[in-house]
Design a binder for this molecule. Structure first.
Ligand SMILES: [Zn+2]
Length: 91
């Protein structure tokens, strides 16, 4: 007489498996790997995405850049600083 699913599927129970913490961003993919971008030290607008507002180079675990590209990126940023495309520090 009672048709349908006997188990009551609660929304909360099914969602418990892939619960994300608030404030945590989604899965990060290295921008350079994904888009086959080349890191150019003359491209200051691109490099500016990977330095903080104080001019510090952001860590790869923050920006999502893989270690291979992070290595290239840091040397590109340092090179860009030398030719004054990027600041050494920002106030
Ligand atoms: Zn990469």
């Amino acid at each position: 007489m009672f048709k349908g699913k006997p188990k009551k599927n609660n929304k909360d129970a099914s969602r418990m498996k892939r619960m994300r913490r608030p404030g945590m961003s989604r899965r990060k993919v290295c921008k350079f790997c994904a888009d086959y971008l080349e890191i150019d030290f003359k491209d200051a607008n691109l490099l500016r995405n990977f330095v903080s507002d104080r001019g510090k180079i952001l860590a790869g675990r923050i920006t999502g850049v893989c270690s291979k590209h992070q290595r290239v990126l840091t040397s590109a940023i340092k090179r860009a600083r030398m030719i004054a495309l990027l600041p050494y520090l920002n106030y």
